[in-house]
Design a protein around this ligand. Structure first.
Ligand code: AHR
Length: 580
Protein backbone atom coordinates (compact mmCIF):
# COMPACT_ATOMS: atom_id res chain seq x y z
CA UNK A 1 0.00 0.00 0.00
CA UNK A 2 1.20 3.46 -0.83
CA UNK A 3 0.34 5.17 2.42
CA UNK A 4 2.71 8.09 2.34
CA UNK A 5 0.69 10.48 0.28
CA UNK A 6 -2.46 9.45 2.05
CA UNK A 7 -0.86 10.04 5.43
CA UNK A 8 0.39 13.40 4.30
CA UNK A 9 -3.06 14.37 3.10
CA UNK A 10 -4.54 13.33 6.43
CA UNK A 11 -1.91 15.19 8.39
CA UNK A 12 -2.36 18.27 6.28
CA UNK A 13 -6.12 18.26 6.85
CA UNK A 14 -5.71 17.70 10.59
CA UNK A 15 -3.28 20.55 10.97
CA UNK A 16 -5.31 22.89 8.80
CA UNK A 17 -8.58 22.05 10.48
CA UNK A 18 -7.30 21.44 13.95
CA UNK A 19 -8.27 17.86 14.71
CA UNK A 20 -9.40 14.39 13.71
CA UNK A 21 -13.12 15.06 13.47
CA UNK A 22 -13.08 17.95 10.97
CA UNK A 23 -10.33 16.18 8.98
CA UNK A 24 -12.45 13.04 8.83
CA UNK A 25 -15.38 15.06 7.59
CA UNK A 26 -13.38 16.92 4.98
CA UNK A 27 -11.71 13.79 3.62
CA UNK A 28 -14.88 11.74 3.83
CA UNK A 29 -13.12 9.10 5.91
CA UNK A 30 -14.03 7.60 9.23
CA UNK A 31 -12.52 9.10 12.39
CA UNK A 32 -10.97 5.74 13.17
CA UNK A 33 -9.10 5.75 9.82
CA UNK A 34 -7.81 9.22 10.58
CA UNK A 35 -6.64 8.41 14.10
CA UNK A 36 -5.09 5.11 12.92
CA UNK A 37 -3.11 6.97 10.24
CA UNK A 38 -2.02 9.51 12.84
CA UNK A 39 -0.85 6.71 15.16
CA UNK A 40 1.20 5.08 12.41
CA UNK A 41 2.78 8.37 11.49
CA UNK A 42 3.75 8.94 15.10
CA UNK A 43 5.46 5.56 15.11
CA UNK A 44 7.24 6.15 11.82
CA UNK A 45 8.50 9.62 12.67
CA UNK A 46 9.31 9.03 16.32
CA UNK A 47 7.72 12.41 17.09
CA UNK A 48 4.84 12.88 19.47
CA UNK A 49 2.06 14.21 17.27
CA UNK A 50 -0.96 14.24 19.54
CA UNK A 51 -1.89 13.80 23.15
CA UNK A 52 -5.09 12.65 24.76
CA UNK A 53 -6.60 15.16 27.15
CA UNK A 54 -9.85 14.10 28.71
CA UNK A 55 -11.44 11.97 26.02
CA UNK A 56 -10.15 14.09 23.13
CA UNK A 57 -7.00 13.95 21.04
CA UNK A 58 -5.15 17.26 20.71
CA UNK A 59 -2.41 18.10 18.22
CA UNK A 60 0.98 18.86 19.78
CA UNK A 61 3.08 21.85 18.80
CA UNK A 62 5.44 19.53 16.93
CA UNK A 63 2.55 18.25 14.88
CA UNK A 64 1.42 21.72 13.86
CA UNK A 65 4.87 22.50 12.52
CA UNK A 66 5.19 19.20 10.70
CA UNK A 67 3.67 19.22 7.23
CA UNK A 68 6.63 20.63 5.30
CA UNK A 69 9.14 18.58 7.26
CA UNK A 70 7.08 15.48 6.82
CA UNK A 71 6.42 16.14 3.18
CA UNK A 72 10.07 16.56 2.33
CA UNK A 73 11.17 13.66 4.51
CA UNK A 74 8.66 11.07 3.44
CA UNK A 75 7.39 11.90 0.01
CA UNK A 76 9.54 10.84 -2.89
CA UNK A 77 10.93 13.83 -4.77
CA UNK A 78 8.82 14.91 -7.71
CA UNK A 79 9.90 14.11 -11.24
CA UNK A 80 9.68 16.88 -13.80
CA UNK A 81 8.09 16.94 -17.22
CA UNK A 82 7.79 19.53 -19.91
CA UNK A 83 4.82 19.81 -22.25
CA UNK A 84 4.46 21.95 -25.28
CA UNK A 85 1.16 22.71 -26.96
CA UNK A 86 0.42 24.83 -30.00
CA UNK A 87 -3.22 25.71 -29.57
CA UNK A 88 -3.41 27.24 -33.03
CA UNK A 89 -2.92 23.82 -34.64
CA UNK A 90 -5.89 21.53 -35.14
CA UNK A 91 -6.00 17.78 -35.65
CA UNK A 92 -8.95 15.44 -36.12
CA UNK A 93 -12.26 15.76 -34.36
CA UNK A 94 -12.43 13.59 -31.24
CA UNK A 95 -15.78 12.02 -31.99
CA UNK A 96 -18.06 12.01 -28.98
CA UNK A 97 -18.85 8.39 -29.83
CA UNK A 98 -15.39 7.50 -28.57
CA UNK A 99 -16.95 7.71 -25.11
CA UNK A 100 -19.63 5.07 -25.72
CA UNK A 101 -20.65 2.28 -23.39
CA UNK A 102 -21.61 -1.38 -23.64
CA UNK A 103 -24.51 -2.93 -21.74
CA UNK A 104 -24.88 -6.64 -22.41
CA UNK A 105 -27.50 -8.96 -21.02
CA UNK A 106 -24.91 -10.48 -18.71
CA UNK A 107 -24.91 -11.05 -14.95
CA UNK A 108 -26.29 -8.00 -13.17
CA UNK A 109 -25.49 -5.57 -15.97
CA UNK A 110 -29.10 -5.08 -17.08
CA UNK A 111 -31.15 -6.88 -14.45
CA UNK A 112 -30.50 -5.11 -11.12
CA UNK A 113 -27.99 -2.70 -12.68
CA UNK A 114 -30.52 -0.89 -14.85
CA UNK A 115 -33.81 -2.75 -14.70
CA UNK A 116 -35.55 -3.35 -11.37
CA UNK A 117 -39.10 -3.38 -12.70
CA UNK A 118 -41.88 -0.86 -12.05
CA UNK A 119 -42.99 -2.58 -8.82
CA UNK A 120 -39.56 -2.49 -7.20
CA UNK A 121 -39.08 -0.63 -3.90
CA UNK A 122 -35.94 0.80 -5.53
CA UNK A 123 -36.78 4.22 -6.92
CA UNK A 124 -37.41 3.82 -10.65
CA UNK A 125 -39.09 5.30 -13.69
CA UNK A 126 -40.99 2.69 -15.67
CA UNK A 127 -38.74 0.01 -14.14
CA UNK A 128 -35.40 1.76 -14.75
CA UNK A 129 -33.35 2.78 -11.69
CA UNK A 130 -33.39 6.52 -11.08
CA UNK A 131 -30.04 6.61 -9.24
CA UNK A 132 -28.28 4.95 -12.16
CA UNK A 133 -29.95 7.23 -14.70
CA UNK A 134 -28.94 10.34 -12.76
CA UNK A 135 -25.33 9.20 -12.53
CA UNK A 136 -25.16 8.30 -16.21
CA UNK A 137 -26.70 11.54 -17.42
CA UNK A 138 -23.66 13.36 -16.04
CA UNK A 139 -21.43 11.35 -18.40
CA UNK A 140 -23.31 12.49 -21.53
CA UNK A 141 -23.04 8.91 -22.78
CA UNK A 142 -23.14 9.24 -26.57
CA UNK A 143 -24.20 5.68 -27.40
CA UNK A 144 -24.84 2.34 -25.72
CA UNK A 145 -24.25 -1.02 -27.39
CA UNK A 146 -26.90 -3.66 -26.61
CA UNK A 147 -27.88 -6.55 -26.27
CA UNK A 148 -24.40 -8.09 -26.67
CA UNK A 149 -21.66 -9.29 -26.93
CA UNK A 150 -21.94 -13.02 -27.27
CA UNK A 151 -25.52 -12.67 -26.05
CA UNK A 152 -26.46 -10.79 -29.27
CA UNK A 153 -26.14 -13.94 -31.35
CA UNK A 154 -28.49 -15.76 -28.98
CA UNK A 155 -31.09 -13.01 -28.79
CA UNK A 156 -34.47 -13.19 -30.51
CA UNK A 157 -36.06 -9.79 -30.21
CA UNK A 158 -39.69 -10.94 -30.41
CA UNK A 159 -39.33 -12.57 -26.99
CA UNK A 160 -38.70 -9.15 -25.49
CA UNK A 161 -41.74 -7.19 -26.65
CA UNK A 162 -45.37 -7.06 -25.57
CA UNK A 163 -46.89 -7.33 -22.12
CA UNK A 164 -44.19 -8.25 -19.65
CA UNK A 165 -46.21 -11.07 -18.04
CA UNK A 166 -46.65 -12.74 -21.42
CA UNK A 167 -43.00 -12.69 -22.38
CA UNK A 168 -41.38 -16.13 -22.38
CA UNK A 169 -38.60 -16.87 -19.91
CA UNK A 170 -35.52 -18.13 -21.75
CA UNK A 171 -32.08 -19.31 -20.77
CA UNK A 172 -29.14 -16.97 -21.13
CA UNK A 173 -26.88 -19.65 -22.56
CA UNK A 174 -24.07 -17.19 -23.25
CA UNK A 175 -23.71 -16.19 -19.61
CA UNK A 176 -24.29 -18.89 -17.03
CA UNK A 177 -27.57 -20.44 -18.23
CA UNK A 178 -29.54 -18.19 -15.92
CA UNK A 179 -33.25 -17.63 -16.53
CA UNK A 180 -33.92 -14.45 -18.46
CA UNK A 181 -37.48 -13.16 -17.99
CA UNK A 182 -37.08 -10.98 -21.10
CA UNK A 183 -38.57 -8.07 -19.15
CA UNK A 184 -35.82 -5.83 -20.48
CA UNK A 185 -36.42 -5.82 -24.22
CA UNK A 186 -36.49 -3.35 -27.08
CA UNK A 187 -38.90 -0.83 -25.52
CA UNK A 188 -37.13 -0.87 -22.17
CA UNK A 189 -33.74 -0.38 -23.81
CA UNK A 190 -35.08 2.52 -25.87
CA UNK A 191 -36.68 4.04 -22.78
CA UNK A 192 -33.34 3.74 -20.98
CA UNK A 193 -31.63 5.49 -23.90
CA UNK A 194 -34.16 8.29 -23.78
CA UNK A 195 -33.81 8.64 -19.99
CA UNK A 196 -30.03 8.93 -20.06
CA UNK A 197 -30.02 10.96 -23.31
CA UNK A 198 -28.02 8.48 -25.36
CA UNK A 199 -28.19 6.89 -28.80
CA UNK A 200 -28.89 3.19 -29.36
CA UNK A 201 -26.24 0.95 -30.85
CA UNK A 202 -28.10 -2.28 -31.51
CA UNK A 203 -26.24 -5.49 -32.37
CA UNK A 204 -28.20 -7.96 -34.43
CA UNK A 205 -28.15 -11.71 -34.30
CA UNK A 206 -26.26 -13.10 -37.30
CA UNK A 207 -25.26 -16.54 -36.01
CA UNK A 208 -28.55 -18.01 -34.74
CA UNK A 209 -30.92 -15.52 -36.35
CA UNK A 210 -31.71 -14.79 -39.97
CA UNK A 211 -31.68 -11.81 -42.30
CA UNK A 212 -35.48 -11.83 -42.10
CA UNK A 213 -35.48 -11.68 -38.29
CA UNK A 214 -32.98 -8.80 -38.36
CA UNK A 215 -34.81 -6.91 -41.10
CA UNK A 216 -38.09 -7.22 -39.21
CA UNK A 217 -36.53 -5.98 -35.99
CA UNK A 218 -35.25 -2.92 -37.82
CA UNK A 219 -38.67 -2.32 -39.35
CA UNK A 220 -40.33 -2.78 -35.95
CA UNK A 221 -38.01 -0.21 -34.37
CA UNK A 222 -37.80 2.36 -37.15
CA UNK A 223 -40.75 2.28 -39.57
CA UNK A 224 -42.89 5.43 -39.59
CA UNK A 225 -45.27 4.21 -42.29
CA UNK A 226 -48.26 2.16 -41.09
CA UNK A 227 -46.81 -1.32 -41.67
CA UNK A 228 -48.01 -4.21 -39.57
CA UNK A 229 -44.76 -4.07 -37.54
CA UNK A 230 -45.01 -0.31 -37.00
CA UNK A 231 -48.59 -0.80 -35.81
CA UNK A 232 -47.47 -3.55 -33.46
CA UNK A 233 -44.87 -1.18 -32.00
CA UNK A 234 -47.57 1.45 -31.55
CA UNK A 235 -49.85 -1.09 -29.87
CA UNK A 236 -46.94 -1.85 -27.52
CA UNK A 237 -46.82 1.78 -26.49
CA UNK A 238 -44.57 3.61 -28.94
CA UNK A 239 -46.22 5.04 -32.06
CA UNK A 240 -43.15 7.07 -33.07
CA UNK A 241 -40.25 5.30 -34.71
CA UNK A 242 -37.19 4.80 -32.55
CA UNK A 243 -33.84 6.23 -33.59
CA UNK A 244 -31.18 3.56 -34.17
CA UNK A 245 -27.94 5.40 -34.77
CA UNK A 246 -25.65 2.40 -35.01
CA UNK A 247 -26.12 -1.21 -36.00
CA UNK A 248 -23.62 -3.96 -35.28
CA UNK A 249 -23.87 -6.79 -37.82
CA UNK A 250 -23.02 -9.71 -35.56
CA UNK A 251 -20.50 -9.96 -32.75
CA UNK A 252 -17.17 -11.79 -32.72
CA UNK A 253 -18.34 -13.90 -35.67
CA UNK A 254 -14.92 -15.62 -35.58
CA UNK A 255 -15.76 -16.87 -32.05
CA UNK A 256 -18.98 -17.01 -30.02
CA UNK A 257 -20.82 -15.36 -32.92
CA UNK A 258 -20.69 -18.37 -35.24
CA UNK A 259 -17.03 -19.50 -35.50
CA UNK A 260 -16.94 -18.23 -39.07
CA UNK A 261 -13.99 -17.76 -41.34
CA UNK A 262 -13.41 -14.22 -42.57
CA UNK A 263 -14.73 -15.21 -46.03
CA UNK A 264 -17.76 -16.87 -44.47
CA UNK A 265 -18.51 -13.72 -42.49
CA UNK A 266 -18.05 -11.49 -45.52
CA UNK A 267 -20.77 -13.45 -47.37
CA UNK A 268 -23.14 -12.96 -44.43
CA UNK A 269 -22.23 -9.29 -44.14
CA UNK A 270 -23.18 -8.64 -47.77
CA UNK A 271 -26.65 -10.11 -47.18
CA UNK A 272 -27.36 -8.56 -43.77
CA UNK A 273 -26.07 -5.10 -44.59
CA UNK A 274 -28.43 -4.98 -47.57
CA UNK A 275 -31.56 -6.04 -45.71
CA UNK A 276 -31.22 -4.15 -42.43
CA UNK A 277 -32.93 -0.90 -43.32
CA UNK A 278 -33.56 1.99 -41.03
CA UNK A 279 -36.90 3.49 -42.12
CA UNK A 280 -36.96 6.30 -39.56
CA UNK A 281 -37.47 9.48 -41.65
CA UNK A 282 -35.17 11.38 -39.28
CA UNK A 283 -32.32 8.97 -39.99
CA UNK A 284 -31.84 9.29 -43.72
CA UNK A 285 -28.97 10.80 -45.72
CA UNK A 286 -26.21 12.27 -43.61
CA UNK A 287 -28.08 11.32 -40.42
CA UNK A 288 -28.22 7.72 -41.57
CA UNK A 289 -27.64 4.73 -39.31
CA UNK A 290 -24.03 3.51 -39.35
CA UNK A 291 -23.58 -0.19 -40.06
CA UNK A 292 -20.66 -1.73 -38.23
CA UNK A 293 -19.10 -4.98 -39.40
CA UNK A 294 -17.38 -7.48 -37.13
CA UNK A 295 -13.64 -6.93 -37.00
CA UNK A 296 -10.83 -8.77 -35.26
CA UNK A 297 -10.27 -9.48 -31.59
CA UNK A 298 -6.65 -10.53 -32.13
CA UNK A 299 -3.55 -8.74 -33.38
CA UNK A 300 -3.36 -10.63 -36.69
CA UNK A 301 -4.70 -8.70 -39.67
CA UNK A 302 -6.14 -11.40 -41.99
CA UNK A 303 -9.73 -10.75 -40.89
CA UNK A 304 -9.45 -7.02 -41.49
CA UNK A 305 -7.72 -7.69 -44.81
CA UNK A 306 -10.59 -9.91 -46.02
CA UNK A 307 -13.41 -7.60 -44.91
CA UNK A 308 -11.77 -4.40 -46.14
CA UNK A 309 -10.74 -5.95 -49.47
CA UNK A 310 -14.33 -7.12 -49.90
CA UNK A 311 -15.59 -3.66 -48.99
CA UNK A 312 -13.31 -2.00 -51.53
CA UNK A 313 -15.22 -3.82 -54.25
CA UNK A 314 -18.69 -3.33 -52.77
CA UNK A 315 -21.49 -2.21 -55.07
CA UNK A 316 -24.79 -0.44 -54.39
CA UNK A 317 -26.31 -3.55 -52.80
CA UNK A 318 -24.27 -3.44 -49.63
CA UNK A 319 -22.00 -1.22 -47.61
CA UNK A 320 -20.58 -0.65 -44.15
CA UNK A 321 -19.62 2.49 -42.23
CA UNK A 322 -17.46 0.93 -39.56
CA UNK A 323 -15.38 -2.06 -38.62
CA UNK A 324 -15.44 -3.18 -35.02
CA UNK A 325 -12.42 -4.19 -33.02
CA UNK A 326 -12.26 -5.90 -29.63
CA UNK A 327 -9.26 -5.76 -27.38
CA UNK A 328 -9.29 -6.36 -23.63
CA UNK A 329 -6.51 -5.79 -21.14
CA UNK A 330 -5.89 -9.27 -19.73
CA UNK A 331 -2.55 -8.64 -18.10
CA UNK A 332 -1.51 -12.21 -17.30
CA UNK A 333 -2.99 -13.68 -20.47
CA UNK A 334 -6.15 -15.69 -20.91
CA UNK A 335 -7.91 -16.79 -18.58
CA UNK A 336 -8.18 -13.45 -16.70
CA UNK A 337 -6.42 -13.80 -13.36
CA UNK A 338 -5.35 -10.33 -12.19
CA UNK A 339 -7.08 -9.44 -8.93
CA UNK A 340 -9.21 -6.31 -8.97
CA UNK A 341 -8.61 -5.64 -5.26
CA UNK A 342 -5.70 -6.07 -2.86
CA UNK A 343 -2.84 -5.94 -5.35
CA UNK A 344 0.47 -4.17 -5.27
CA UNK A 345 2.46 -1.92 -7.57
CA UNK A 346 3.91 -4.89 -9.49
CA UNK A 347 0.42 -5.93 -10.66
CA UNK A 348 -0.42 -2.29 -11.22
CA UNK A 349 2.53 -1.76 -13.55
CA UNK A 350 2.02 -5.05 -15.40
CA UNK A 351 -1.62 -4.20 -16.14
CA UNK A 352 -0.79 -0.73 -17.46
CA UNK A 353 2.00 -2.15 -19.62
CA UNK A 354 -0.43 -4.63 -21.07
CA UNK A 355 -3.06 -1.98 -21.84
CA UNK A 356 -0.59 0.09 -23.85
CA UNK A 357 -0.60 -2.65 -26.49
CA UNK A 358 -3.79 -0.98 -27.77
CA UNK A 359 -1.60 1.53 -29.62
CA UNK A 360 0.22 -1.13 -31.65
CA UNK A 361 -2.99 -3.07 -32.20
CA UNK A 362 -4.70 -0.03 -33.73
CA UNK A 363 -1.69 0.86 -35.85
CA UNK A 364 -1.57 -2.62 -37.40
CA UNK A 365 -5.27 -2.74 -38.21
CA UNK A 366 -5.28 0.85 -39.48
CA UNK A 367 -2.42 0.11 -41.89
CA UNK A 368 -4.61 -2.53 -43.54
CA UNK A 369 -7.64 -0.25 -43.59
CA UNK A 370 -5.60 2.59 -45.10
CA UNK A 371 -4.60 0.27 -47.94
CA UNK A 372 -8.22 -0.33 -49.00
CA UNK A 373 -9.78 2.87 -47.70
CA UNK A 374 -7.28 5.74 -47.83
CA UNK A 375 -10.10 8.26 -47.47
CA UNK A 376 -11.01 6.76 -44.10
CA UNK A 377 -14.65 6.29 -44.98
CA UNK A 378 -14.90 3.20 -42.79
CA UNK A 379 -14.47 4.05 -39.11
CA UNK A 380 -12.81 1.82 -36.55
CA UNK A 381 -15.19 1.14 -33.69
CA UNK A 382 -13.37 -0.32 -30.68
CA UNK A 383 -16.70 -1.54 -29.37
CA UNK A 384 -15.32 -3.77 -26.62
CA UNK A 385 -12.30 -2.87 -24.55
CA UNK A 386 -11.28 -2.45 -20.93
CA UNK A 387 -9.71 -4.33 -18.05
CA UNK A 388 -10.79 -7.93 -17.69
CA UNK A 389 -9.70 -9.09 -14.23
CA UNK A 390 -10.45 -12.27 -12.29
CA UNK A 391 -14.04 -12.53 -11.08
CA UNK A 392 -14.40 -11.32 -7.50
CA UNK A 393 -14.25 -14.28 -5.10
CA UNK A 394 -17.71 -15.47 -4.11
CA UNK A 395 -19.39 -14.20 -7.27
CA UNK A 396 -20.76 -16.25 -10.17
CA UNK A 397 -17.77 -16.50 -12.54
CA UNK A 398 -20.11 -16.17 -15.54
CA UNK A 399 -21.23 -12.75 -14.29
CA UNK A 400 -17.77 -11.17 -14.74
CA UNK A 401 -17.95 -9.12 -11.55
CA UNK A 402 -14.83 -7.14 -10.68
CA UNK A 403 -13.91 -4.12 -8.58
CA UNK A 404 -12.57 -0.97 -10.13
CA UNK A 405 -9.54 0.85 -8.76
CA UNK A 406 -7.46 3.93 -9.53
CA UNK A 407 -5.41 1.51 -11.70
CA UNK A 408 -8.51 1.01 -13.89
CA UNK A 409 -9.09 4.75 -14.03
CA UNK A 410 -5.55 5.29 -15.30
CA UNK A 411 -5.99 2.43 -17.75
CA UNK A 412 -9.15 4.13 -19.05
CA UNK A 413 -7.41 7.47 -19.54
CA UNK A 414 -4.50 5.82 -21.38
CA UNK A 415 -6.88 4.10 -23.78
CA UNK A 416 -9.03 7.17 -24.33
CA UNK A 417 -5.87 9.14 -25.13
CA UNK A 418 -4.78 6.47 -27.61
CA UNK A 419 -8.19 6.58 -29.30
CA UNK A 420 -8.04 10.38 -29.46
CA UNK A 421 -4.61 10.23 -31.09
CA UNK A 422 -6.10 7.90 -33.71
CA UNK A 423 -9.27 9.96 -34.04
CA UNK A 424 -9.09 10.26 -37.80
CA UNK A 425 -9.87 6.53 -38.02
CA UNK A 426 -11.12 5.56 -34.55
CA UNK A 427 -14.48 7.25 -34.28
CA UNK A 428 -16.25 5.06 -31.79
CA UNK A 429 -15.45 3.02 -28.70
CA UNK A 430 -17.47 1.17 -26.10
CA UNK A 431 -15.94 0.30 -22.78
CA UNK A 432 -16.96 -3.07 -21.41
CA UNK A 433 -19.23 -2.78 -19.60
CA UNK A 434 -21.49 -0.10 -18.19
CA UNK A 435 -22.76 -1.50 -14.88
CA UNK A 436 -21.71 -4.39 -12.60
CA UNK A 437 -19.75 -6.18 -15.36
CA UNK A 438 -15.99 -5.95 -16.10
CA UNK A 439 -14.65 -2.36 -16.06
CA UNK A 440 -17.89 -0.76 -14.96
CA UNK A 441 -18.91 2.84 -14.39
CA UNK A 442 -21.30 1.87 -11.62
CA UNK A 443 -21.57 -0.96 -9.11
CA UNK A 444 -24.91 -1.67 -7.49
CA UNK A 445 -25.76 -3.60 -4.36
CA UNK A 446 -29.53 -3.95 -4.04
CA UNK A 447 -30.84 -0.42 -3.49
CA UNK A 448 -27.36 1.07 -3.13
CA UNK A 449 -24.96 2.10 -5.83
CA UNK A 450 -21.47 3.52 -6.07
CA UNK A 451 -19.64 5.13 -8.95
CA UNK A 452 -16.20 3.82 -9.76
CA UNK A 453 -12.89 5.59 -10.46
CA UNK A 454 -13.46 4.81 -14.16
CA UNK A 455 -16.77 6.69 -13.95
CA UNK A 456 -14.90 9.78 -12.81
CA UNK A 457 -12.49 9.55 -15.74
CA UNK A 458 -15.44 9.51 -18.13
CA UNK A 459 -16.93 12.48 -16.32
CA UNK A 460 -13.69 14.44 -16.43
CA UNK A 461 -13.34 13.68 -20.15
CA UNK A 462 -16.79 15.03 -21.10
CA UNK A 463 -15.26 18.29 -22.43
CA UNK A 464 -13.22 16.25 -24.92
CA UNK A 465 -16.39 14.96 -26.60
CA UNK A 466 -16.41 16.36 -30.14
CA UNK A 467 -13.36 18.47 -29.28
CA UNK A 468 -10.67 19.20 -31.84
CA UNK A 469 -7.43 17.39 -31.17
CA UNK A 470 -4.55 19.78 -30.49
CA UNK A 471 -1.04 18.41 -30.99
CA UNK A 472 0.93 18.13 -27.78
CA UNK A 473 4.56 17.12 -27.38
CA UNK A 474 6.19 15.95 -24.19
CA UNK A 475 9.01 13.86 -22.95
CA UNK A 476 7.11 11.10 -21.19
CA UNK A 477 10.05 9.96 -19.04
CA UNK A 478 10.14 6.42 -17.71
CA UNK A 479 8.71 4.77 -14.64
CA UNK A 480 10.20 1.37 -13.93
CA UNK A 481 8.77 -1.25 -11.64
CA UNK A 482 10.80 -4.46 -11.41
CA UNK A 483 11.35 -5.38 -15.06
CA UNK A 484 8.40 -3.35 -16.34
CA UNK A 485 9.11 0.05 -17.88
CA UNK A 486 6.33 2.46 -18.65
CA UNK A 487 6.06 6.05 -19.78
CA UNK A 488 5.76 8.11 -16.63
CA UNK A 489 3.40 10.62 -18.17
CA UNK A 490 0.75 10.70 -20.87
CA UNK A 491 -1.17 13.77 -22.06
CA UNK A 492 -3.93 14.94 -24.36
CA UNK A 493 -5.09 18.39 -25.48
CA UNK A 494 -8.20 19.53 -27.34
CA UNK A 495 -10.20 22.66 -28.01
CA UNK A 496 -13.93 22.69 -27.47
CA UNK A 497 -16.52 24.52 -29.56
CA UNK A 498 -16.23 27.65 -27.39
CA UNK A 499 -12.47 27.89 -27.97
CA UNK A 500 -11.46 26.71 -24.51
CA UNK A 501 -8.35 24.54 -24.36
CA UNK A 502 -8.57 21.33 -22.35
CA UNK A 503 -5.47 19.50 -21.21
CA UNK A 504 -5.33 16.04 -19.67
CA UNK A 505 -2.28 14.67 -17.87
CA UNK A 506 -1.93 11.11 -16.62
CA UNK A 507 0.81 10.35 -14.12
CA UNK A 508 1.39 6.59 -14.22
CA UNK A 509 4.00 6.57 -11.45
CA UNK A 510 2.31 5.23 -8.32
CA UNK A 511 4.84 6.86 -5.96
CA UNK A 512 6.17 10.08 -7.38
CA UNK A 513 4.40 13.33 -8.15
CA UNK A 514 5.34 15.09 -11.37
CA UNK A 515 6.14 18.80 -11.59
CA UNK A 516 4.91 19.90 -14.97
CA UNK A 517 5.61 23.00 -16.90
CA UNK A 518 3.77 23.58 -20.12
CA UNK A 519 4.44 26.07 -22.84
CA UNK A 520 1.31 27.01 -24.67
CA UNK A 521 1.60 28.79 -27.99
CA UNK A 522 -1.21 30.12 -30.15
CA UNK A 523 -3.40 31.22 -27.26
CA UNK A 524 -3.35 33.73 -24.46
CA UNK A 525 -4.88 32.43 -21.27
CA UNK A 526 -5.21 33.77 -17.78
CA UNK A 527 -6.26 30.91 -15.62
CA UNK A 528 -6.12 27.15 -15.51
CA UNK A 529 -8.40 25.15 -13.26
CA UNK A 530 -9.50 21.62 -13.12
CA UNK A 531 -9.70 18.38 -11.23
CA UNK A 532 -7.37 15.59 -10.37
CA UNK A 533 -8.29 12.00 -9.59
CA UNK A 534 -5.89 10.10 -7.40
CA UNK A 535 -6.04 7.70 -4.49
CA UNK A 536 -4.15 6.65 -1.39
CA UNK A 537 -2.99 3.36 -2.94
CA UNK A 538 -2.68 1.69 -6.34
CA UNK A 539 -5.51 -0.65 -5.36
CA UNK A 540 -7.86 1.95 -3.85
CA UNK A 541 -11.48 1.41 -4.82
CA UNK A 542 -14.87 2.89 -4.00
CA UNK A 543 -17.40 0.71 -2.24
CA UNK A 544 -20.95 1.37 -1.07
CA UNK A 545 -19.54 1.52 2.47
CA UNK A 546 -16.71 3.90 1.51
CA UNK A 547 -17.80 5.60 -1.71
CA UNK A 548 -15.31 8.47 -1.64
CA UNK A 549 -11.92 6.82 -1.54
CA UNK A 550 -11.27 7.77 -5.16
CA UNK A 551 -12.96 11.03 -6.09
CA UNK A 552 -11.71 14.01 -8.10
CA UNK A 553 -10.43 17.04 -6.25
CA UNK A 554 -10.16 20.64 -7.40
CA UNK A 555 -6.80 21.76 -8.71
CA UNK A 556 -5.50 25.15 -9.78
CA UNK A 557 -2.37 25.58 -11.85
CA UNK A 558 -0.20 28.66 -11.80
CA UNK A 559 -0.07 30.69 -14.98
CA UNK A 560 2.87 32.97 -15.72
CA UNK A 561 3.87 34.52 -19.05
CA UNK A 562 2.18 31.96 -21.25
CA UNK A 563 3.49 29.10 -19.12
CA UNK A 564 1.54 26.74 -16.99
CA UNK A 565 2.99 25.07 -13.92
CA UNK A 566 1.45 22.42 -11.76
CA UNK A 567 2.25 19.33 -9.75
CA UNK A 568 0.22 16.24 -10.49
CA UNK A 569 0.04 13.62 -7.78
CA UNK A 570 1.26 10.05 -8.20
CA UNK A 571 -1.12 7.66 -10.06
CA UNK A 572 -3.45 10.39 -11.16
CA UNK A 573 -5.61 11.64 -13.97
CA UNK A 574 -5.84 15.43 -14.21
CA UNK A 575 -7.99 17.53 -16.53
CA UNK A 576 -7.56 21.31 -16.75
CA UNK A 577 -9.34 23.97 -18.71
CA UNK A 578 -7.51 27.04 -19.89
CA UNK A 579 -9.63 30.14 -20.25
CA UNK A 580 -8.67 32.61 -22.97
O1 AHR B 1 -17.81 -8.41 -22.69
C1 AHR B 1 -17.86 -9.77 -22.45
C2 AHR B 1 -17.71 -10.60 -23.71
O2 AHR B 1 -16.45 -10.43 -24.26
C3 AHR B 1 -18.63 -10.26 -24.86
O3 AHR B 1 -19.88 -10.82 -24.72
C4 AHR B 1 -17.91 -10.84 -26.02
O4 AHR B 1 -18.21 -10.17 -27.23
C5 AHR B 1 -16.46 -10.72 -25.64
O5 AHR B 1 -15.76 -11.87 -25.87
Amino acid sequence: MDTKLDAWEILHAEVQLGGFAPAAEKLNRSQSTISYAAGRLQEQLGVRLFEIRGRKAHLTAARTALPMLFFTALLPAAETAHLSIDASKAGAKIDRNLFGQFAENLGHGLYEGIWVGPDSPISNTRGIRNDVVTALRALKVPNVRWPGGCFADEYHWRKGIGASAQRPATLNAAWGDVVDPNSFGTHEFMDFMQQIGSEPYVSINVASGSPQEAAEWLEYMTAAKPTALAKERAANGHPDPYPVGFLGIGNESWGCGGSMTADGYLSQLKIYSHFVRNDNPAQQGKNGMLRIAVGPGFPETEWTETVMKGWQHHDWTWNIDGLSLHWYTVANGWTPSTPSTAFGVAEYAKTLKSTLFMEEFLRKQEAVMDKYDPEKKVALAVDEWGAWHAALPGTNPSFLVQQNSIRDAILASLNLNIFARHASRVRMSNIAQMINVLQAMILTDQEKMVVTPTYYVYKMYVPFQDGTFVPITFDAGTYTQDSVSLPRVDALAARDASGKLWVEITNLDPEKPVDLDAEIAGMTFHSANGETLTAPAADSVNTVAAPNMVVPKQLTASVKGGKLALTVPPKSVTVLSLEP
